[in-house]
Design a protein around this ligand. Structure first.
Ligand code: FES
Length: 510
């Protein structure tokens, strides 16, 4: 397997400094507590603080260092084949509303960059979704028609800046890309300057809905708030059956320097070949950084190392680049009807709000979520309130995905117990750098052998809802296939919805 200069660290993380906001150690009281400091949480807190609300922004790790720090960072309203899908399943009016809401988010990013003078490499470019196989052309034609009907300046093209032929593509001009951390850290600075309280390394573990609401943190400190926004990517609480209506997927990214003259000059996406997404970013000197994303998969399934190799091979075969210098991964959640859940946490909720299920389009959806949730907390109802309301249910449009999600979780919960996907009979079978689930004294242990040969054992039972974790052979973590929780080899939570670590276990005998 290839060695990377920046293994598991995104370009966005490696080119920005580390934040040092304090841990919450006392009880605090605010108008609004926002849990999770990715793009949705930061934008919600930002909108509220600007309107004079007192805000606490609480992050389990560091701000803008979770999924948002590992995104591809395209700010586009062109979301694969969404407009034809929405028009077919929910009607043309819904598709048009979706387009308007996404355009509003894109325009808001550009306006903020101007207003605050943020240096975040914002570039305006066309976005394309393309197919190389003639069989896919009718889908592209239908998407162009649906996007035009939704009010977007979409065109059908066969020529792109890519160094290979496409059979057809939808092109939407004047979309954008940027450096997401530079943009969001500027918003966080602005938030702090307005007196918002920002806490890092503070994991929220309890939510008491009331008037006011009360959040409890891992260390016992509490936050009392008139409203609570749960913006933890996958919600760390479930009050409305959202766990059954969200499906996690993970995608891999490789990035390499490319001569500026070979820059394809746009943002590209195809769902062929298990998804390939292409963009570039500025580098010092004459080169650009080519960023290729793909190999979508359910966390905790299959070899991640093999997928990274496939993605790097695909990139080298099509672009004039050498070995990628970065590789990283990002995770997102798909909803059952393709539209994010942004709004009331459950039907009776008046003070707790949620934003999740961005389906890989977190940049516009995160900004949209911030504006929509801030408006709703102020008692306003933007035109797209019902479209994104998590309480919606479209039985016809969602039934198939709901059934599939629950069958998948059931399959992992039961089937993985019979034969765990990353299973070994004995620790003697583990090579340095590898891990497997091993049965010991009637219990399943997740055992990892580090490069020095030392063994580390934790429980293999996910602390969220009890599925078995599997070893991720590229990122060296324990990943849960049911709802996407991820844990370090020491059991620490890397990614929710789990909030408790895997329990330590004795290393099984060889
Ligand atoms: Fe839900 Fe593991 S993430 S059971």
């Amino acid at each position: 397997m290839t060695l990377f200069a920046h293994d598991d660290e995104s370009y966005w993380m490696s080119t920005t400094g580390t934040t040092t906001y304090p841990r919450l150690t006392t009880d605090v009281e605010v108008d609004v507590a926002v849990v999770g400091a990715g793009i949705a949480g930061v934008c919600t807190a930002f909108q509220l603080a600007r309107s004079g609300r007192s805000v606490a922004l609480i992050e389990a790790d560091r701000v803008v260092a979770g999924t948002t720090g590992y995104t591809t960072a395209k700010i586009t309203v062109q979301h694969s084949l969404i407009y034809d899908r929405l028009r077919s399943s929910l009607g043309a009016a819904t598709s048009e509303l979706y387009a308007r809401s996404q355009l509003d988010a894109l325009a808001h990013v550009a306006a903020l960059v101007d207003e605050l003078g943020i240096d975040c490499d914002l570039e305006r470019l066309p976005a394309y979704t393309y197919v190389t196989d003639e069989e896919g052309v009718p889908q592209i034609r239908a998407e162009v028609a649906a996007a035009v009907e939704a009010g977007l300046p979409a065109t059908l093209v066969t020529g792109t800046g890519l160094p290979y032929e496409v059979a057809a593509a939808i092109r939407v001009d004047d979309q954008a890309q940027f450096h997401p951390r530079r943009f969001l850290l500027a918003l966080v600075d602005d938030l702090a300057a307005r007196g918002a309280q920002i806490f890092e390394r503070t994991r929220v573990v309890g939510l008491d809905e009331g008037d006011p609401c009360r959040l409890t943190t891992e260390t016992g400190s509490t936050v009392t708030a008139g409203h609570v926004v749960v913006a933890t990517h996958y919600p760390v609480f479930d009050r409305a059956g959202l766990f059954a209506r969200l499906k996690p997927h993970r995608e891999l990214v490789v990035a390499a320097a490319i001569p500026a003259g070979a820059d394809p000059g746009g943002m590209y996406l195809t769902t062929e070949g298990n998804t390939r997404s292409v963009r570039t970013a500025p580098l010092d000197g004459d080169d650009r950084l080519l960023i290729v994303t793909g190999e979508s998969f359910t966390p905790g399934t299959g070899s991640v190392a093999d997928r990274f190799d496939r993605l790097a091979d695909w990139t080298r075969q099509r672009f004039p680049v050498g070995e990628p210098s970065y590789r990283w991964a990002a995770q997102d959640n798909d909803t059952t009807d393709g539209v994010p859940y942004v709004g009331r946490f459950h039907p009776g909720s008046r003070r707790v709000w949620v934003a999740t299920g961005f389906g890989g389009w977190g940049m516009t959806n995160g900004v949209l979520a911030g504006r929509l949730l801030a408006a709703r907390i102020h008692g306003e109802e933007p035109p797209w309130t019902d479209l994104y309301d998590p309480v919606r249910l479209h039985p016809k449009a969602e039934a198939g995905a709901l059934l599939r999600n629950n069958l998948t979780v059931g399959k992992h919960f039961v089937g993985d117990r019979i034969r765990p996907p990353s299973h070994a009979d004995s620790v003697a079978d583990l090579a340095p750098g590898s891990g497997a689930v091993i049965r010991s004294k009637g219990r399943r242990c997740a055992v990892y052998r580090d490069p020095a040969g030392d063994l580390h054992a934790v429980s293999a039972t996910c602390t969220h809802l009890g599925c078995l974790v599997a070893f991720n052979d590229a990122e060296r973590s324990w990943d849960c296939p049911c709802h996407g929780s991820r844990f370090g080899v020491d059991g620490a939570v890397l990614h929710g919805p789990a909030t408790r670590p895997l329990e330590a276990r004795e290393v099984p005998d060889a």
